[in-house]
Design a protein around this ligand. Structure first.
Ligand code: MSP
Length: 511
């Protein structure tokens, strides 16, 4: 039995109340690409996403709708599940924080930490905004008013449970310093090290039920529920089987990569590592915080009415075009801007012109000169094989670094080489001379082989396009490797190719 490490990748669990938007789709799509790439290389993969379902907002929305919070969550969760089905993401599990399996783990952790003296009860003084039902600290309030709604706040003292987080500050600083790939990219790592220069307080991890009842009950004091973040972060260990299947858990957890947005960095890079450390668990490999998308230069927001629905976008332009745009347009980690114009530009230039053209050129000539049959390979060098292998290596390095933009850049460089090869060889001229028939066969064979290789390179990033290329090349199944690297010369001689239409039709820009 092999005890191979699993490549484990997570997205944040999305608030079930939210309407799924481009920002949610972004992280899930990147996690999907990484998962597909590692699976293609024959590795064990566990890809997790899900929804965050406890807390005040859910409680309030349910009350407004006159239904129970659980019924409300059960209705809302479909919006995420349907979107992922529509975008065809390959997650292995979908966790909901209201599931029994999760609640059990959260309560076990609370008991464990409480038994070990890591959680204690204390009284807590703060400023409360009654209409917003929200606590603020002394520094937050503005002239005695709520910084959010501007109404007066009242001073409240209440009992709560606290997690002894503060005493681990130096431990965390040392851990981050010694493990340069733990918090990424570098700018976020610096941000966290900066944050940790100040004293770190203990974390209030409970809410009295009279203020909030929609949460995981504290097992040793049923007057309280758990603070949502303590509950939410734990999802990452519930799903791979913590406390249930220790063997699976250990194998999976060793390969954990958390993908998050930059706004939830502190919870993931401070609270979570300390929670794990206090539990005696190892740290995830990487916490990678990506940037935010603006829409046509403006912040995406409900009030501006510019929230982009990824499902509608995929219907209009195709899933793979959206995947390509999101990953190619912006280096993972930086902020980016989404605009129809930029999307259409990418589709027309990179997808229709570069990839689409090389694909239809080669298949059309194969049809014209060889009736669609794959010509024999013949002897001699394969001028594109080494470049294909180099692209594969670059894609592997980019996937390790979580840099999908670099993977796509390497693939497009290879596509450029294929186009150049055709321009140099000029098969349409060779075809005029019967004495050049062998050379023409070798040239088109090489081109077809390069397309097969491109389909493998693209498989993780643009799975539908890759599958379509594979089928048009007359190949069975889907893009796959023999072994751990894709070989050259994988096309069976005499195989029949078809060109079932352009891969990416050009889009006319409307003003
Ligand atoms: N429920 C918490 C996460 C708990 S994880 C243990 C949460 N949920 S969320 O639904 O509000 O946000 C999920 C993610 O969406 C965050 O990573 C956030 O960065 C991301 N985005 C929200 N707007 C975004 C953009 N405009 N652009 C890119 N990502 C954005 O936070």
């Amino acid at each position: 039995m092999t005890d191979k490490k699993t490549f484990y990748v997570t997205t944040p669990i999305y608030y079930v109340n939210d309407v799924p938007h481009l920002g949610h789709a972004y992280t899930t799509v990147v996690a999907d690409c990484l998962s597909r790439f590692h699976r293609l290389r024959g590795e064990e993969v566990f890809f997790l996403t899900g929804t965050d379902e406890h807390g005040q907002k859910v409680e309030q929305a349910a009350a407004a709708a006159g239904i129970s919070p659980q019924d409300h969550c059960d209705r809302m969760v479909h919006r995420f599940q349907d979107l992922w089905r529509q975008l065809d993401t390959s997650h292995d599990d979908f966790i909901r924080t209201t599931q029994e399996r999760h609640i059990r783990v959260v309560q076990a952790i609370l008991t464990d930490l409480h038994d070990r003296g890591e959680i204690y009860k204390d009284s807590y003084q703060g400023w409360y905004c009654v209409p917003d039902e929200r606590f603020w600290t002394e520094k937050d309030i503005e002239g005695g008013n709520c910084p959010d709604c501007g109404r007066p706040v009242v001073e409240i003292t209440e009992e709560n449970y606290f997690f002894r987080m503060g005493k681990y500050r130096q431990w965390l600083v040392d851990y981050i310093t010694e493990n340069p790939d733990f918090v990424r990219p570098q700018t976020r790592r610096n941000e966290i090290l900066g944050f940790l220069r100040k004293d770190l307080g203990d974390l209030c991890i409970s809410r009295p039920k009279e203020r909030l009842s929609w949460g995981v009950e504290i097992p040793f004091d049923t007057d309280f529920v758990t603070y949502v973040w303590f509950d939410a972060l734990t999802n990452y260990i519930t799903a791979p089987g913590y406390l249930v299947d220790e063997k699976r858990f250990t194998r999976t957890w060793e390969g954990a990569h958390h993908l998050i947005g930059k706004d939830i960095l502190t919870t993931h890079a401070v609270y979570w590592p300390i929670m794990l450390h206090a539990l005696g668990l190892p740290q995830p490999k990487t916490i990678f915080a990506h940037g935010w998308w603006t829409i046509e230069g403006r912040k995406m927001s409900k009030s501006l009415g510019n929230v982009v629905d990824p499902g509608r976008l995929a219907e209009e332009y195709g899933i793979d075009a959206i995947r390509y745009f999101l990953m190619r347009e912006v280096p993972f980690g930086l902020d980016g801007d989404f605009s129809k114009r930029a999307l259409i530009g990418r589709i027309n230039n990179d997808l229709a012109n570069d990839l689409g053209n090389v694909f239809s050129r080669i298949l059309a000539m194969t049809k014209k000169y060889f009736d669609g049959f794959v010509p024999p390979s013949g002897s001699g060098e394969s001028p594109l094989a080494a470049q294909g292998a180099a692209a594969w290596e670059e894609v592997g390095k980019a996937a390790e670094k979580i840099a999908p933009h670099l993977a796509l850049a390497a693939i497009w460089e290879f596509i450029g080489r294929i186009n150049k090869f055709l321009d140099d060889e000029k098969p349409w001229i060779l075809a005029r001379d019967p004495e050049q028939r062998d050379r023409l066969a070798r040239c088109l064979r090489e081109g077809l082989e390069a397309l097969r290789f491109t389909a493998i390179l693209l498989a993780a990033f643009m799975p539908h396009t890759a599958a379509r290329m594979w089928a048009d090349l007359g190949l069975d199944g889907g893009p796959s490797l023999r072994g751990t690297v894709p070989g050259w010369n994988g096309l069976p001689e005499g195989g029949r190719t078809t060109l079932s239409g352009p891969l990416f039709p050009r889009i006319e820009e409307k003003d």
